[in-house]
Ligand binder design. Structure first.
Ligand code: DX5
Ligand code: ZN
Length: 218
C-alpha cells in the first residue's frame, strides 16, 4: 500500500554501474536504498564496504539502510556512519553484546536495527526494545539474492508486531519479497519491504518502476 516503505537491495543491481543504478531505482520510486554488506565469514558471500557506500552517497538523498552481515559488526560502525549510512542493522547472531552494539550505533549518530535469521527466535530482542528503531526479519538465509521466501517467518512478524506495542519501531522484511509474498508480511505487520531480484529484474529504469509499483499495489 501507499504507506509501505520499499527498499530495493542494490545486491541485484549491475555492480559495474552502481551509481547509475541507484539513481535509476530512486527515480523509479524507491523509498530507501538497502545496502547488503557481507564479509565471507558470517555469511558465505562477500559484497562491499564503506568506500563503495561513500561513493554512492552523493547520488541521492534517500535513506541509506545498511544491513551488516559481518561478524563482529561493532568495530566498523564508525566507518559505516562516516560513509553516510542513516540506519545500521546488525545481526543478533553476529554480536555477543547486542545491547552494547545497539547503543554504539546510536552513539555514531545512526538509527539502530537488529536483524534475525529465519531460525532465531524473537525473544532475543525482548530486553533491547528501547534501543531499537528497526527490526529486520530475514525471510531467507542471508548471503544471496534470489532465494525463496520462507513462509514460517510470517508468524514471527506477527509476534514482533505485538512485542513492539506502541513503540515507533519499523518491521522490515528481507528475502524473497515479490508481489505474491509482500501482502502476507504486510498483513502480519511489516512496514518496510526489501526487494532485490523482484525490483531489478528487467534491467532498465522502466522495469524498476513497474516492479516497484507491482509490489506496492500488492
Ligand atoms: C540477502 C540480502 C537481501 C537480498 C534480497 O542476504 O540481505 O537483501 O538481497 O534479495 P531478494 O529480494 O532477491 O531475495
Ligand atoms: Zn539485506
Amino acid at each position: 500500500n501507499e504507506k509501505t516503505i520499499i527498499a530495493p537491495s542494490v545486491l541485484s543491481a549491475d555492480f559495474s554501474r552502481l551509481g547509475e543504478e541507484v539513481e535509476a531505482v530512486c527515480r523509479a520510486g524507491a523509498d530507501w536504498i538497502h545496502l547488503d554488506v557481507m564479509d565471507g565469514h558470517f555469511v558465505p558471500n562477500i559484497t562491499f564496504g564503506p568506500p563503495v557506500i561513500k561513493a554512492l552517497r552523493d547520488r541521492t538523498d534517500k535513506v541509506f539502510d545498511c544491513h551488516l552481515m559481518i561478524e563482529p559488526p561493532t568495530p566498523y560502525l564508525g566507518a559505516f556512519a562516516c560513509a553516510g549510512c542513516d540506519i545500521i542493522t546488525v545481526h543478533a547472531e553476529a554480536t555477543t553484546h547486542l545491547d552494547r552494539s545497539l547503543q554504539a550505533i546510536r552513539d555514531v549518530g545512526c538509527k539502530a536495527g537488529v536483524s534475525l535469521n529465519p531460525s532465531t527466535p524473537e525473544s532475543v530482542i525482548e530486553y533491547v526494545l528501547d534501543r531499537l528503531d528497526l527490526v529486520l526479519l530475514m525471510t531467507v538465509n542471508p548471503g544471496f539474492g534470489g532465494q525463496d521466501f520462507i513462509p514460517a517467518v510470517v508468524d514471527k512478524v506477527r509476534r514482533v508486531r505485538s512485542m513492539i506495542g506502541g513503540r515507533p519501531i519499523h518491521i522490515e522484511i528481507d528475502g524473497g519479497v515479490t508481489p505474491e509474498t509482500a501482502p502476507l508480511v504486510a498483513a502480519a505487520g511489516a512496514d518496510v519491504l526489501v526487494a532485490g531480484s523482484a525490483v531489478f529484474k528487467g534491467g532498465s529504469e522502466e522495469h524498476y518502476a513497474r516492479n516497484i509499483a507491482a509490489i506496492r499495489a500488492a
